[in-house]
Write a protein that binds this ligand. Structure first.
Ligand code: NI
Length: 188
């Protein structure tokens, strides 16, 4: 288990476009493992490689649903649908949040750590996480999209965490109900 240092805003690396991964080397697989460790340690639901100072197109996400840990290399959104509007935070901007308009459902294609192509469709929190993390790969922070942006009063931090937990439970329920309809959804 290796925790990497999370790059905090302001930092130039968070505003640059990350490069595609050409070859999945042991260093890339180690990076994926470290990114997941770092995300869990920080109690986040997603992390992009630039947030640990690596300008490569790699994300990890775990919103607590049936997908478990999602590791994705060179992720691309191939379809999006609907709209959601709600609060977002970022491990690179602790103590703040803002309300962001996002697609309510996205289908994302990419590669797993073995180089196998994977396609995952997510709604609500998972869709939001995909869009937020893929934005990081393009040097875009949620603060650039947020319709409002504010400091979280310390006493509200806990409330926000509870809200996120609830959203996770909701996502879990949804994953269970959609599973029957999408038995072929690829999973690692
Ligand atoms: Ni972020």
């Amino acid at each position: 288990m290796a925790i990497r240092e999370i790059v905090l805003e302001p930092n130039e690396v968070l505003h640059q476009v990350a490069e595609e991964v050409k070859q999945i080397t042991p260093a890339i697989r180690k990076l994926l493992t470290d990114m997941a460790d770092t995300m869990y340690e920080a109690e986040g639901v997603g992390l992009a490689a630039p947030q640990v100072g690596v300008l490569k197109r790699i994300i990890v996400i775990d919103v607590g649903d049936d997908n478990g840990l999602i590791e994705m290399i060179n992720p691309v959104i191939v379809a999006s649908e609907g709209e959601q509007f709600g609060p977002e935070g970022c491990l690179s901007i602790p103590g703040y949040r803002g309300d962001v308009r996002r697609a309510n459902q996205v289908t994302v294609k990419g590669f797993d750590r073995k180089g196998k192509e994977i396609t995952i469709t997510g709604t609500e929190l998972l869709a939001r996480a995909f869009q937020h993390e893929i934005d990081h790969l393009n040097g875009i922070l949620y603060t650039e999209l947020a319709e409002n942006y504010y400091e979280i009063p310390p006493e509200e931090e806990e409330e926000f965490e509870q809200e996120q937990e609830q959203a996770q439970k909701q996502a879990q329920k949804q994953a269970q109900t959609t599973e029957a309809q999408e038995p072929n959804q690829e999973k690692e």
